[in-house]
Design a binder for this molecule. Structure first.
Ligand SMILES: *[C@@H]1O[C@H](CO)[C@@H](O)[C@H](O)[C@H]1NC(C)=O
Ligand SMILES: *[C@@H]1O[C@H](CO)[C@@H](O)[C@H](O)[C@H]1NC(C)=O
Ligand SMILES: *[C@@H]1O[C@H](CO)[C@@H](O)[C@H](O)[C@H]1NC(C)=O
Ligand SMILES: *[C@@H]1O[C@H](CO)[C@@H](O)[C@H](O)[C@H]1NC(C)=O
Ligand SMILES: *[C@@H]1O[C@H](CO)[C@@H](O)[C@H](O)[C@H]1NC(C)=O
Ligand SMILES: *[C@@H]1O[C@H](CO)[C@@H](O)[C@H](O)[C@H]1NC(C)=O
Ligand SMILES: *[C@@H]1O[C@H](CO)[C@@H](O)[C@H](O)[C@H]1NC(C)=O
Length: 639
């Protein structure tokens, strides 16, 4: 890491002396503090090589997106539930003609012939193939080749600059500082745990303590074995859906993670007979399919869990959509999924160079040969994802752009749930931040997960039934401290949204964490997570033909998603809108008491005890676990 930092500082100096005379001064547009784990700097990129430069233009009106979103999502708004169509969203946020012409003129002034410059059909991107030398001159930067421990190479820079009059029109430029690389499998070898979000061992993955040797039927045993009846009792979920033809619930899985139909049926026989013969409705994105080539807990645990519990809790009469994303060679990222449900976000605009961009159709052979899915998929009303990055894995620009996309889905009436992570205040794989921005297991600084830190996402933490407690007693749950710790804390990238200010201020004033201000974002001004929680311990899941005990916020997200789907069912049946972006509603005074407040336990990490679960919202279990009866009553009272 020392070596790469030296490179960075040397680069900084080199850039100053390179700066070409321009009418407007250059400012740093994006920079990384450190190269991500697993990568190292290899060499300067050849100056004559071609880079397919893609300039993401600033969307119009995007600064007002939270205003629009709260207008349709705040329970006291006159427009509550009046969600927008995809067309309305596209018209509102397309980049302006002024942005397009300003950036185009700048490229032409710098010697790029106008016939080389292409504007994407959605007007979101300007694409131009340039040489590395041209790119370096345009953006006062240096392009390098980096190598991953797996051997894969990636072209990137560590910082780039734009003229002052261009910056306001540009969101970001690709390729540049991002390492959101789809790590590819080397031909002939097994997929390796190297970093793509679907790769075994990468990001948020459920844990298992092994197989269950006894028959589980008792509601008295929920402190040791969670089954659907336990969750129904804990969250008061007795509901038979009636609007299944109008409603939808989607679970996203990233290849090579895959569910097995035989496991779903094994689970159905023991715990959910209404699922006998039932399959999820498969929607393949970028060649995704439920692969059976690689099996084992690391390949099947996540998807088996998500579908067995998600499908069981919405009952066999409600279809569940499985968004299987990415092929076996490249896999996929959240942006691939978002591209598929929003064509205007899609980065596949005809100007890509697949050698550099590792996009679809998969250029490596043996993968998906079709075009990248781009606006081809209709989003379900509730979408649960049990995968995640650490916020620090990605740049602020990248996360901001993806976050705005979740806001657009909220505007359309879609509820987006992400699990908050399984390492307490530490990041995935138990890594914490160092002062230089790098992440190591010896780091001391709390490391929140993304997309949970995006204020337009509902982040879900984990609880467990207290040892020896039963579901019949008052408050049987505490923060999960068995095998995993509930992810939670404060973002370093996103400001605190207004909806959670009262709740988080109450926590910070009454239970001020006694940690030095340089190991957590103590400003009181940053987005705090999780928002809610649900049980994440001792799940009985059929995996590869046997029942295993499974742990993680990976459990909590689909369970919460199923509960919100049943609320949508009742609202749709009453001729009302879906609940959409729920955060302004669930934090509102009218919903106080609709969540069971979790007040025991903590979320250790980074060599600390983490935060405590407390009365009211806390950065371990959020507002608490759902009480379906109360939520239903409150939501049916809204327009
Ligand atoms: C794509 O990039 C590679 C590597 O930089 C280069 O060799 C190739 O010519 C480029 N292809 C096109 C069509 O620009
Ligand atoms: C599932 O059902 C079978 C057949 O009744 C039983 O033998 C087995 O113990 C059950 N498994 C669990 C985990 O309850
Ligand atoms: C949920 O709320 C209802 C109404 O206040 C209450 O009767 C019920 O006991 C609660 N259920 C649980 C499981 O906390
Ligand atoms: C559920 O999915 C099945 C299989 O795709 C389909 O035949 C059926 O019509 C769907 N039911 C509803 C209510 O959408
Ligand atoms: C739970 O009950 C068992 C058996 O009665 C006892 O041995 C154990 O100490 C109890 N655990 C807790 C945490 O109370
Ligand atoms: C804390 O969060 C705020 C808002 O998200 C951000 O501006 C600030 O840079 C963060 N502080 C640190 C030390 O990361
Ligand atoms: C958590 O609670 C314990 C016991 O009351 C206390 O000693 C500790 O300081 C608290 N930790 C934080 C971060 O608030």
């Amino acid at each position: 890491m020392r070596c790469s930092l030296t490179t960075f500082f040397t680069l900084g100096l080199a850039v100053v002396s390179l700066a070409a005379p321009t009418v407007s001064p250059y400012n740093v547009h994006e920079k990384r503090n450190a190269i991500p784990i697993g990568w190292s700097h290899t060499r300067r990129h050849e100056s004559a090589a071609t880079l397919p430069l893609r300039i993401a233009l600033k969307q119009s009106n995007i600064e007002s997106i939270d205003e629009y979103l709260y207008d349709v999502s705040h329970p006291e708004s006159a427009n509550y539930g009046k969600h927008w169509t995809a067309g309305e969203i596209s018209r509102k946020f397309s980049p302006s003609e002024e942005s397009i012409s300003t950036v185009r003129d700048w490229l032409v002034e710098n010697g790029l012939a106008s016939e080389r410059i292409r504007v994407s059909p959605t007007k979101g991107w300007i694409n131009v193939d340039v040489t590395v030398e041209e790119a370096e001159r345009l953006m006062n930067t240096e392009y390098n080749v980096y190598t991953h421990v797996s051997g894969q190479e990636h072209v990137a820079c560590e910082a780039y600059r734009l003229p002052e009059h261009i910056s306001p029109h540009v969101d970001f430029v690709l390729p540049s500082v991002n390492f959101d690389v789809k790590l590819k499998r080397r031909s002939g070898s097994q997929p390796k745990p190297v970093g793509g979000i679907g790769q075994p061992g990468a990001g948020i993955t459920p844990k298992t303590t092994g197989s269950v040797s006894q028959t589980v039927t008792e509601l008295e045993q929920c402190d040791e074995y969670i089954t659907p009846v336990c969750l129904r009792a804990l969250y008061d979920l007795e509901y038979e859906p009636v609007a299944t033809d109008k409603n939808s619930f989607g679970v996203v899985e990233y290849t090579p993670q895959a569910y097995l139909q035989t496991d779903l049926q094994m689970f159905a026989m023991n715990f959910s007979t209404d699922l006998i013969g039932k399959e999820p409705v498969m929607v393949s994105i970028d060649g995704g399919y439920a692969q059976t080539e690689y099996q084992g807990f690391d390949y099947n645990g996540e998807s088996d869990l998500d579908l067995q519990y998600g499908m069981s809790l919405v009952t066999g009469s409600q279809n569940v959509t499985l968004y299987q994303t990415g092929d076996m060679v490249e896999g996929a990222s959240f942006n691939n999924f978002l591209d598929a449900i929003d064509g205007s976000y899609c980065t596949f605009e005809g100007g890509d160079n697949y050698t550099v961009d590792s996009q679809y159709p998969d250029p490596y052979g043996g993968g998906y040969e079709g075009p990248e899915d781009c606006g081809t998929v209709t989003p379900a009303y509730v979408i649960s994802t049990s995968y995640g990055y650490n916020e620090a894995d990605l740049t602020p620009f990248y996360t901001a752009r993806q976050c705005a996309e979740y806001a657009k889905l909220g505007l359309m009436g879609v509820t987006i749930l992400y699990s908050s992570g399984d390492y307490g205040v530490a990041g995935n794989d138990d890594v914490c931040l160092n002062p230089d921005g790098s992440q190591t297991t010896t780091g001391m600084i709390f490391n929140p997960t993304f997309p949970g830190t995006c204020p337009y996402v509902t982040s879900v933490g984990a609880t467990m039934v207290k040892p020896n407690a039963t579901v019949y007693q008052v408050q049987p749950e505490m923060a999960c401290m068995d095998v995993i710790y509930s992810g939670g804390g404060f973002s370093n990238y996103f400001a605190m949204p207004s909806y959670q200010m009262t709740a988080v201020d109450y926590y910070l004033e009454n239970y001020p964490p006694n940690y030095p201000s340089d190991i957590w974002n103590s400003t009181g001004m940053s987005r705090a997570l999780p928002d809610i929680s649900a049980n994440g311990a001792n799940y009985v899941v059929a995996v590869d033909g046997e029942f295993e005990l499974v742990y993680g916020t990976s459990c909590s997200s689909p369970v919460s998603g199923a509960i919100f789907t049943m609320i949508n069912d009742a609202r749709l049946a009453a001729g009302k809108s879906t609940i959409g972006f729920i955060n302004p509603t669930i934090y509102s005074a009218g919903f106080a008491g609709a969540f069971n407040d979790i007040t025991e336990g903590s979320n250790p990490g980074c060599g600390t005890e983490g935060y405590n679960a407390t009365i009211g919202w806390d950065p371990v279990t959020g507002l608490g676990t759902p009480n379906f009866t109360m939520l239903l009553e409150n939501w049916l009272a809204l327009p």
